[in-house]
Design a protein around this ligand. Structure first.
Ligand code: ATP
Ligand code: MG
Length: 377
């Protein structure tokens, strides 16, 4: 709950007058006169919130409660039938729930003429909750993002390409409470500045669901060229993927991150067969979270549209994989073969050079991708 409260506060920093309070099992965002809708837009994306409702807070006083219930009903749209549900948590309040239900129902009916009561399937339930400190009248329920508060399940390093899959994988990890940092491998001049911007824009979209995201941009050109020079028989892509994991693992060690996350999906492309995954995975024993592993492409696309990353992902700029990928990559690359090819050249120096050249960019929901160059490794 405390983490969730922090996450909500963080999302609402641009509304300094709004307060976030919590009591048992419930979080309150006190609008203090602020227009609720821009705030609802922010809050409904925060993981760990299953539903939210607009509430009016009044004193524990019958007349005030009557007035607020009437306001809630008459200010809601498309309502013909209603029902009042009183919950009296504060037993010191003199009127019992059942009796108050009737008093309020009667009050609403006698002061309006467009509504009738329907206790089974009302268009609107006017909920009245009498607590110690005040009474809350709730009139509409909005679905929240569900999941767990980001930051309650540790941190992962998301391998973020410019494609459709990896941002969706990041979103799903965040939904289970995992905070993310991202790593992206770029190969200038073969990949353009716009391909990099795509990745920054994708990460920025993901910050709507959690805190700011640190992106590690790895200069991969030299290493990648060398790999494809040294590696025969369609094994280049396998070695390249293994290098990505090796570098990612080192970033994890530096940043105290305990897992990696990818957008891999079983059977989609050559690098994602079972044999290929087995061979690529050999170089790290960090857990690799693969939220999309069993999904169909159309399910993935549906999520990417819902989280608004799809249009960015389909911008046409090439990423490093599409440029260097051989015509016929091996679909069943074997561990012993790839180890043999890797042993022919000592890549350590190039790996270190790539790591030393990492540029760190932090993106947040609040501000447009602000470059905070944090120096070299
Ligand atoms: P995506 O849609 O995420 O690009 P994909 O279906 O194109 O995935 P691959 O190209 O095989 O699949 O990549 C598999 C995973 O490897 C990606 O989902 C991503 O997590 C990671 N990856 C690929 N290229 C890069 C890159 N240039 N930088 C960082 N991670 C990458
Ligand atoms: Mg891709």
């Amino acid at each position: 709950m405390e983490k969730l409260q922090q996450n909500i506060r963080h999302k609402l920093t641009e509304f300094p007058e709004v307060k976030v309070k919590r009591t048992q099992g419930r979080m309150f965002v006190l609008l203090e006169g602020h227009d609720p809708y821009p705030i609802i837009e922010k809050v409904k994306n925060i993981f760990g919130i299953h539903s939210l409702s607009l509430a009016i807070k009044v004193e524990n006083d019958l007349e005030a409660i009557k007035e607020a219930a009437l306001y809630a009903l008459t200010n809601s749209e498309n309502i013909k039938t209603f029902k009042v549900s009183v919950k009296r948590i504060n037993k010191q309040f003199a009127i019992r729930s059942q009796e108050l239900n009737q008093i309020l129902g009667g009050h609403l009916l006698s002061n309006t003429d467009a509504y009738t009561v329907d206790v089974h399937q009302p268009d609107m339930e006017v909920k009245v909750e009498i607590r110690q400190e005040a009474t809350y009248i709730t009139s509409s329920i909005i679905r929240g993002a569900g999941g767990l508060p980001v930051g309650t399940s540790g941190k992962t390093l998301l391998l973020l390409s410019g494609g459709i899959d990896s941002p969706v994988a990041g979103y799903l990890a965040m939904k289970r409470g995992v905070e993310i940092e991202a790593i992206h491998f770029e190969s200038p001049p073969f990949t353009s500045e716009r391909a990099k911007q795509k990745v920054i824009d994708l990460a920025e979209k993901l910050t709507r669901f959690g805190p700011s995201i640190k992106i590690h941009i790895v200069p991969f050109t030299k290493l990648q060229q060398r790999i494809f020079q040294e590696t025969p028989d369609g094994y280049g892509m396998t070695v390249m993927r293994r290098m990505m994991l090796r570098i990612s693992e080192r970033v994890c060690q530096k940043e105290d991150i305990l897992s990696l996350t990818t957008g891999e999906n079983l059977g989609q492309v050559a690098s994602q067969t079972m044999t290929s995954m087995n061979t690529i995975n050999e170089v790290t024993n960090y857990p690799i979270i693969r939220p999309l592993i069993t999904m169909d492409k159309d399910e993935i696309i549906e999520i990417s549209k819902a989280i608004d990353t799809f249009d960015i992902s389909i911008r046409p700029y090439e990423d490093c994989c599409t440029i260097f990928v051989p015509k016929a990559p091996k679909t069943k690359p074997k561990r012993d073969r790839v180890n043999y090819y890797e042993s022919k050249f000592d890549y350590e120096e190039l790996i270190q050079e790539a790591i030393d050249g990492i540029e760190v960019i932090r993106v947040s929901d609040q501000k447009k991708a602000e470059d905070v160059f944090e120096g070299l490794f």
